[in-house]
Design a protein around this ligand. Structure first.
Ligand code: NI
Length: 227
């Protein structure tokens, strides 16, 4: 499942993130790569431990915490601190699968990557190329979103970033461990939750069937969740 989160960052949040990261020192992106992906990756990145990355990352994390769509779709258990990268001058990231387990440098904080997140931080008209291209069961999806929008996709999927041939693509990227490991189970919970929200809006939260279906949702989550 691919989930687009429109306007995860509002104009103020986007401006604050950009002010922080644009003033920071960028390094070769291969510092975070596994061996296989290092072969395919050509970009720049903010060092994980950079103060600007931590501050900007906190703005992104706060926005995620305030997004009901993100919470319903991801059912997050642990979120890796957001990282930041940029592509320009033909830079790209070839086809790869993200590492299964991410360990934060210094703290040993471990996250199984169930879902990958890209938050676009540059307007799409200002650069050519740079699409996040994801192989899915329903064919290849090419994702290039307005600044402030985010996309969630399974970390298990093959994906790449197309070469940026004009301008500069700036993004935040990171991973999360979901309470529900199985992608299909998480999708069903999301569909059920979305339908319950709509029914509650139409029929009222105190409707007997809405209450019963809400119970089914929570009992399935209880059955499937690691918390
Ligand atoms: Ni990746």
């Amino acid at each position: 499942m691919l989930t687009v989160i429109p306007d995860l960052l509002d104009a103020d949040g986007l401006a604050r993130v950009r002010a922080l990261i644009d003033a920071a020192q960028w390094v070769d992106g291969n510092v975070t790569s596994g061996h296989q992906s290092a072969l395919a990756k050509r970009n720049l990145q903010l060092p994980e431990e950079a103060a600007e990355a931590k501050q900007a990352g906190q703005i992104v994390l706060d926005a995620l915490g305030n997004s009901p769509l993100f919470i319903a779709a991801a059912l997050p258990l642990k979120v890796f601190p957001p990282l930041f990268n940029s592509y320009a001058g033909g830079q790209a990231f070839g086809t790869h699968v993200d590492n299964a387990v991410r360990i934060q440098a210094g703290t040993g904080f471990r996250v199984r990557s169930d879902l990958s997140i890209t938050v676009f931080l540059e307007e799409p008209e200002s650069y050519d190329g740079g699409e996040l291209t994801i192989d899915t069961n329903f064919g290849v999806q090419r994702v290039k979103l307005p600044a402030g929008h985010a996309v969630l996709y399974p970390s298990s999927s093959l994906h790449r970033v197309e070469p940026v041939t004009r301008g500069r693509r700036v993004a935040s990227f990171f991973w999360l461990q979901s309470m529900v490991r199985d992608d299909a189970a998480r999708q069903m919970l999301f569909d059920l939750d979305s339908s319950i929200q709509q029914l509650a809006a139409d029929l009222g939260h105190d409707n007997a069937q809405v209450i019963r279906l809400t119970g089914v949702y929570h009992n399935l989550l209880r059955r499937w969740a690691d918390a």
